[in-house]
Design a protein around this ligand. Structure first.
Ligand SMILES: NC(=O)c1ccc[n+]([C@@H]2O[C@H](COP(=O)([O-])OP(=O)(O)OC[C@H]3O[C@@H](n4cnc5c(N)ncnc54)[C@H](OP(=O)(O)O)[C@@H]3O)[C@@H](O)[C@H]2O)c1
Length: 298
């Protein structure tokens, strides 16, 4: 069994690590907030005090961190993975920018290391069930070598092509998803403003041609005024994803007019101090922004 170093025991990382342990892989975990890594010790994880310490002796180093800044710190910073002079296959699962993936891949190549970008789709409950969908960029032989590791927490693995193509698809995918949640919040708020019953509206959007897993899931939370606890994916993270996705689409020579609009809609959460709430709580921000009380949590 290859030794795995895993950086990032956030809500997604916790679930992925537990599935790796369940599948029998030895995993050494680094997390900035040590308690979250220590919570994995009873399941068999070893805890490292730095990314460097985690990477020493690892066969595979993978990360599931929030954004470019976190990734850069953990891979390239002092006490970062490269400080350990690793001799491992490197895997970036974080939803980071396309530029970051390019930078990390270049750094890996300079060190003669194999690298894959392997972002995933699926909420934390899907991660707990080991049913994530993964989008891979990198060479086929490297993917083949780590497929058993990735299989521990995925339902499907789609190989898009060379390094950078996994994150390219993930960013485009996420913008589409964010647009759905933002436009649902506006539609639900419009229904409420028009005096319609929100539960009936949620049922209507969830039954008709408008229904998508995003609409079905979030319409329920928005209509009941009961959102996920603890927060599963925040408004701030939606904005991060859209920003990376819009930047990438535009760099690629496409456009993202609706993506930019979705970022603006989620952006209404920030000045109201609601950025760290669930993405579905966007409807409350819209209410407040239009002079109405945020719905009472029931
Ligand atoms: N949640 C979802 O539904 C979902 C689904 C698919 C993909 N993703 C992606 O998965 C990744 C992780 O998301 P998550 O939901 O697990 O978020 P999370 O629970 O907030 O975890 C974020 C992780 O990043 C670490 N981190 C943040 N800033 C850091 C820094 N400056 N230096 C070092 N570490 C830092 C956190 O450490 P601390 O614990 O110390 O804060 C934590 O380990 C993100 O790229 C996200 O977009 C999320």
């Amino acid at each position: 069994m290859p030794n795995i170093a895993f950086l990032g025991a956030g809500i997604m990382g916790q679930a992925m690590i537990r599935n790796l342990l369940k599948a029998g892989f030895p995993v050494t975990v680094f997390n900035r907030t040590m308690e979250k890594a220590r919570a994995l010790e009873p399941f068999g994880a070893k805890v490292a005090a730095s990314p460097r310490a985690a990477a020493v002796g690892a066969d595979v180093v993978m990360s599931m961190l929030i954004d470019d800044a976190a990734c850069r710190t953990c891979w390239l910073g002092p006490q970062g993975v490269f400080d350990a002079r690793p001799n491992a296959i490197l895997i970036e699962c974080s939803t980071a920018s396309h530029d970051w993936i390019g930078e990390l891949a270049t750094r890996a190549a300079k060190s003669g290391l194999r690298f894959l970008d392997c972002p995933v789709a699926g909420r934390p409950d899907v991660a707990v069930a080991g049913q994530l969908n993964m989008f891979v960029g990198g060479d086929a032989a490297t993917l083949q070598a780590v497929r058993p590791v990735l299989a521990a927490f995925t339902k499907s693995i789609v190989h898009f092509g060379p390094v950078g193509s996994g994150i390219a698809f993930k960013l485009i995918y996420n913008v589409l998803g964010a647009i759905q949640v933002a436009s649902l919040a506006e539609a639900m708020f419009a229904a409420e403003a028009a005096g319609l019953d929100l539960r009936a509206a949620a049922a209507g959007f969830s039954a008709g041609a408008t229904a998508s897993p995003h609409v079905i899931r979030h319409a329920k939370y928005m209509s009941l005024g009961r959102h996920e606890d603890p927060v599963q994916f925040s408004g701030r993270n939606r904005i991060k994803d859209i920003r990376y996705g819009v930047e990438f689409s535009e760099q690629a020579g496409a456009q993202s007019v609706i993506g930019r609009a979705a970022a603006e809609v989620f952006g209404q959460m920030i000045p109201l101090g609601m950025g760290d709430l669930n993405d579905s709580e966007l409807i409350d921000a819209l209410r407040v922004a239009h002079g109405r009380p945020a719905a009472a949590k029931t």
